[in-house]
Design a protein around this ligand. Sequence first.
Ligand SMILES: Nc1ncnc2c1ncn2[C@@H]1O[C@H](COP(=O)(O)OP(=O)(O)O)[C@@H](O)[C@H]1O
Ligand SMILES: [Mg+2]
Length: 339
Amino acid sequence: MNYAAPMVRIEGLSKFFPGKLNFWNKPVTWVKAVNNINLDIYEGETLGVVGESGCGKSTTGSCITRLLDPTGGKIEYLPRNQDTPVDLARLTERELHPYRADIQMVFQDPFSSLNPRMNVRDIISEPLRAFGEKKGPALDDRVAQLMLKVGLRPEYMSRFPHAFSGGQRQRIGIARALSSNPRLVICDESVSSLDVSVQAQTLGLLEDLQEQLGISYMFIAHDLSAVKHISTRVTVMYVGKIFEVADTETLYGHPMHPYTEALLASVPKIKNDRTVRKINLPGEVPDPSSPPEGCFFHPRCAYATPDCAHCVQELRPVTGEEGHLTTCIRAEELSLRGV
Ligand SMILES: Nc1ncnc2c1ncn2[C@@H]1O[C@H](COP(=O)(O)OP(=O)(O)O)[C@@H](O)[C@H]1O
Ligand SMILES: [Mg+2]
């Protein structure tokens, strides 16, 4: 991997939603869903994003695809065969159009994310038609190819989503995302609603496709085992902030943030087919419109000192470890447990 030139470089990205409104419907508080984050995504990698529900994972993904307009910051994208990045955060809808094909998204719920009134051919080819690429028999050929690629039978092209199982629908969603020949696919909880055996098949499919096509994934999930399985690097988010980034083995084996340690410890050891592997930590997640002073995690942290209530929360390199970033001011003096 070429760590010198990221494909996407996120700098100071924020997304605030209106919180409480006053009598005149003007916001008096803001939900800081994503709060000034920096993050790089490299060509060909799978970047896992984990954290408790509401920590800003989906909002981050939706800002990168510009389903949401960021409140601030940059999303620098280096297009194919170009040496200068474009800032996706600033482009108008029209200027964005040529890059839309490059970054696609696969959503969580294959039941609600596919239009029930469109047949599989129309669903899969929608991005293609949007980019005016192919028509008529050529379009059908391309759809058939994509269906084969994701393990669906092309003869089902004229069927509607309701005729398929959850796992098959997710394959339709993946084929749709691939149809515009993207470089980055953002998978937002894409396997979370599937049964464990179907999850494993879908993860396997994503890996095969990556090998064939060289695409990068941003793999957002609250399931730490799925993230561990598929990711090359992992980002941990908490209350709109990035708390730790490292390659997968390092992050799981020797975390450098007490929040990561707590997340890893919360994974249930016994998993039958139906266990919901939800993160369940003691204590409450702070309200993202009024997070605590200092480190956002300090009220729940077993290792907090008085300094943690006043420190500047800043993602910094761990001493002596390349590519390992943490916000914890005590990281080097603690010896945290991995799995
Ligand atoms: N459209 C919205 N309007 C208001 N608040 C939102 C909206 N979308 C998300 N939020 C809030 O932003 C925070 C982050 O949400 P989200 O990115 O969906 O978290 P995650 O995907 O990690 O569960 C949450 O507090 C959520 O309630
Ligand atoms: Mg989400």
